[in-house]
Design a protein. Structure first.
Length: 331
């Protein structure tokens, strides 16, 4: 059996690496062996994929999603102290590590220094000695403060070009996975390849919100879903990409379909295992696309997507927090 070992983006046959359909840092393990060359892989990472993944840092931390090295990211946080805003880090084990903080006063000699590390205290002592200043400890009763560290995510990135190129790449790789190398050899996919690699042309990717689709899929915040519809009657190959249960995108891959095929793939990013992979009656996948085409779909409405996604992430985050508190609850 001959295996096509060429880059799915440029057809190069050297310096090939496995291509993840869903990025490994988002919990994906499905790969196309030898699917991308080093040049295309590096270009995608540097131009858009790394930025998209980094914008999801808070989500990955909240849900405990490890990268390919098995590491869950720490996340920067802020917290109020004595009327000022201080910073710190929340580790994967939910250990709060505050940074040393200076609270400026109107008079320089009255600045407050909150030193949370031994190194910080020693540095402050040297500074006081060198500047001829005196350290006056606060009243012990004032040194105990309850804080709630906070971290946030600005969702405007979900409609930026980096997100659309990253999602188009997922959709195209999934088409290769389902249809074999046919899309790679077809000129019908030239436009989506140019958009992915060069950012050229009109974006085939759109963020959407549709309650009927959400009800039909019923995903959790831990789950990704991919749906591919190749419809010869409509002359269209369309993919739906759902990340973390609530970031929903539709991607028009090609305006020509040679076969009628439908594929659905659901992946648990926390457990890193498939919930299901189905190649079946293509009418199911066609119906999914029809819901978006004909239903009450709202496109590129970040606020509406955020409102729904917030509930999914909060629910999944509580599960993750319970696992951290009691490791016996881990899946």
């Amino acid at each position: 059996m001959l295996v096509d070992r060429t880059c799915i983006f440029c057809a190069a046959d050297r310096r090939l690496t496995d291509e993840h359909v869903i990025p490994a840092s988002l919990g994906g393990d499905l790969v196309i062996a030898g699917g991308s060359c080093a040049t295309c892989n590096n270009r995608c990472s540097h131009e858009f994929e790394a930025a998209f993944i980094n914008n999801l840092l808070v989500v990955r931390h909240l849900l405990g999603i490890a990268n390919r090295a098995g590491k869950i990211p720490s996340v920067p946080v802020t917290f109020p102290i004595r009327g000022a805003s201080a910073t710190g880090v929340l580790t994967p084990e939910h250990e709060f590590c505050p940074n040393d903080t200076v609270i400026k006063a109107a008079a320089p000699e009255q600045d407050e220094y909150w030193m949370f590390t031994g190194r910080g205290r020693r540095k402050l002592e040297r500074h006081a000695e060198q500047s001829g200043k005196r350290i006056v400890p606060l009243d012990p009763t004032e040194c105990f403060v309850a804080v709630r560290p906070r971290s946030s995510i600005e969702l405007n990135f979900v409609t930026e070009e980096s997100a659309k190129r990253a999602v188009a790449k997922v959709a195209y790789a999934y088409a290769i996975h389902c249809l074999g190398r046919l899309p790679q050899r077809s000129a019908a996919y030239d436009a989506v390849r140019r958009f992915i690699i060069h950012g050229e042309g009109r974006s085939p990717t759109r963020l959407f919100f549709n309650r009927d689709f959400l009800t039909a899929t019923n995903l959790t915040g831990f789950q990704h879903a991919l749906l591919l519809s190749s419809d010869s009657q409509k002359h269209a190959v369309t993919a739906i990409v759902v990340l973390f249960g609530g970031l929903n995108y539709v991607v028009r891959l090609a305006d020509e379909a040679f076969v009628d095929v439908g594929c659905t793939y659901i992946w648990d990013s926390r457990k890193r295992k498939p919930i299901g992979f189905f190649t079946r009656d293509y009418l199911h996948e066609h119906a999914g696309v029809d819901i978006i085409d004909k239903g009450s779909t709202v496109f590129d409405d970040v606020a509406q997507v955020a409102e729904h996604w917030k509930g999914l992430l909060e629910s999944a985050g509580r599960i993750r927090a319970a696992e951290v508190a009691d490791p016996k609850k881990k899946p």
